[in-house]
Write a new protein. Structure first.
Length: 183
């Protein structure tokens, strides 16, 4: 399941109890991202879990996450980027709002939403998602901002909410990448 430019949602059931632990975890994610050559298009650190959207250079994420101390507590979803990248970023950015942790995505300190909606520094590689929406950066940002304001259809929440390993994509993508499709 690991190949060049593979897109994954990683759910790390990490237990954090405060801002210092969240800062340390985010610093570890950034360090790991750089060391492994990963891209991190979006993330949300929530009570009891971290939701991380990674793009790999062909790296086995299970080994990378074990190096972060996440052995045995992670779930992985391989996604088809053309179909799910923007929806996954939106899911991550809206999750703190859905859980009552912030009034708006950009108001939640422990997600990459503010990096999308306002210029500035951060560890998110937002061009991965925005580049799939439009070649023009301003138009891509406008499209993504509009997506954040839309009511999210349940069909776009359910695949991400399921807490199990999976392959999300069209039939061809799933057949190509699912270990279950080969049996």
């Amino acid at each position: 399941m690991y190949f060049e430019n593979a897109h994954y949602l990683v759910t790390d059931n990490v237990i954090t109890k405060g801002d210092k632990e969240l800062e340390a975890y985010l610093a570890l994610v950034d360090k790991t991202k750089t060391a492994a050559g990963l891209k991190l298009p979006a993330y949300a650190l929530l009570p009891g879990r971290a939701l991380l959207y990674f793009v790999t250079p062909g790296t086995d994420l299970r080994i990378v996450m074990r190096g972060m101390g996440a052995s045995g507590r992670c779930k992985y979803k391989l996604i088809q980027p053309e179909k799910y990248a923007a929806h996954l970023a939106r899911y991550l950015h809206l999750q703190p709002v859905k859980e009552g942790l912030a009034p708006a995505p950009e108001a939640y300190r422990w997600s990459s939403a503010a990096q999308y909606l306002a210029p500035g520094q951060g560890i998110a590689d937002k061009e991965v998602v925005l580049g799939l929406l439009d070649a023009d950066p301003a138009a891509a940002l406008a499209k993504y901002s509009a997506m954040l304001g839309e009511t999210v259809p349940g069909k776009f929440w359910r695949p991400f909410d399921k807490n199990r390993d999976a392959v999300l994509g069209d039939d061809e993508f799933t057949a190509l990448h699912s270990p279950h499709a080969r049996e």
